[in-house]
Design a protein around this ligand. Sequence first.
Ligand code: ADP
Ligand code: MG
Length: 621
Amino acid sequence: MSTAVARETLGFQAEVKQLLDLMIHSLYSNKEIFLRELISNGADAADKLRFEALANSALYESDPELKIRISVDKAARTITVSDNGIGMSREEVIANIGTIAKSGTREFLQSLTGDRAKDLRLIGQFGVGFYSSFIVADRVTLVTRRAGLAPTEAVRWECDMAKGGGEYTVEPAEKAARGTDVILHLREGEDELLDPFRVKEIVRKYSDHIALPVLVEGETVNQASALWARPKNEITEAQYVEFYKHVAHDFEPPLAWTHNRVEGRQEYVQLLYIPSRAPFDLYWDRRKRHGVKLYVRRVFILDDAEQLLPAYLRFVKGVVDAADLPLNVSREILQQSRDVEAIRAGCTKRVLGLLEDLAEKQPEKYAQFWREFGRALKEGVIEDPANRETLAKLLRFSSTHTDSEEETVALDDYVGRMKEGQEAIYYVTAEPFAAAKGSPHLEVFRRRAIEVLLLHDRIDEWLVGHLTEFQGKPLVSVARGDLDLSKIKAEGAAEPTWKVGEHAELLRALRRALGERVKDVRVSARLTESPACLVADEHDIGLNFARLLKAAGQKVPAAKPILEVNPAHPLVARLKPEDAHFDDWAALLFEQALVAEGGQLEDPAAFVRRTNRLMLQIGAN
Ligand code: ADP
Ligand code: MG
């Protein structure tokens, strides 16, 4: 490799600059967190070195004691955080420090509101990391040498805010010890950070859970043992929270956690956290985000160990430390290991147990969890048949028995409120919430005060495809098949006011007029206020689901809807097969029903022409 690469000045991505400005302003009241972030990075670097050294112990050079050192220089007004971890090559510096590798940075920035409190939360969720140095420093210098490279192959990176902060320099450097020094040139007025006592205080507050020694001016100030390996009763809540922020790269405290030592066939420790907020890209890429780190006997093995939890629990963060796995375990081995399968089943059970506990004992916290991660649990119902029953109990839905979209009910609540003689759990699917709530299919249920779940999330169609019953009660769509509510003892009339055969002539005429567009036309037991609605035949695919699949580019089995009409409605009552405009009326009835349930007209222009013809006709009368 050529050592003569000269000093280079590079521009940050536009997003980085924007993020920097925003962070400095929004996090100032929390400025000491920069130290937590730098220590956290040093600890990660030590973990990575230990892992790479498993295969190549020469990487330790003559310096096997991993630690983080912090020193201050009053004269130069600098504070330096050094680690002897893995270090970075020139390419890695540019990729990791000059870019934000996270997906969706631009979308993230667009979601910022300008409201300080809200943006603070957002930026915390995004992860502040290394850049938090600029809260207290106006110039940051990073000198790093990757383990295994020669002392002359080190790199110096520097960013000076006085030069606008939009660019940084990278140049070759020399560094005897491997690892990274981060040198903060403090801003005016930040002199308290030059006091070692103050620095020690901050380190103790934020980094006591860090597993390697953190030395301030030569003195070790933390416990330096892996937090998860300590007995539960020796860990404070604050330590659990700080450890979470470190492993999860999160700025906010977690919602809940579970910490257990599991013995038996597989021995392992699990410390698993549920974040307070979903990352903004949680549902964009199911494969990407996994937050559990795997350790084997305290040695870090890998990040994002997707084998330790099923994909739907990818929002869970934390650590699994296994006693019995080999140290050279790889992702490929993990995929096939039955031992890992047992750990995965154990972790899944713990997380679901934690959620059950929250749901039962802290319903408000659970409601927050549901708002953030509910959709992931719905994925779980589809993906994890072994835990389907547990997951079903954790689901929450909007319902005709609640007032707003936010208020939700559990299936247990629903079953507890079922009417005498009611055998099924009824639901309607439509998007968005207003369409579900206003669906004509609900009319008779409303009148008879029979509860219906309002499923207005896209994933719900798949959900009910997999969750066909709950506690022996089938889940039944109110928009499919023949509806027979006659056995249910509830308010309102159970018997229809019309008799079979009574409207035979009208139905025949409608069938003829609508032809291929419908499978059948019949009198409705569902409607009390609307003139007509569309339903799917008992074994046909639901109309909303068919639309979703079509939109997703999938082949949909051709299934025509059934038009149901409400003979008590004045519009239906005035339909006369001998009327010259009967075919227009029939088409309009069909099109109205289609629109009412969120469908799209096949030929909107024809619809407009037809409506106009009828309006003119009314005007002429
Ligand atoms: P995060 O830690 O969440 O990835 P940071 O902004 O803290 O985000 O760090 C960005 C990246 O820079 C890290 O992922 C790592 O690759 C690299 N990095 C930062 N500090 C160090 C360090 N002390 N040693 C080695 N690599 C580092
Ligand atoms: Mg970090």
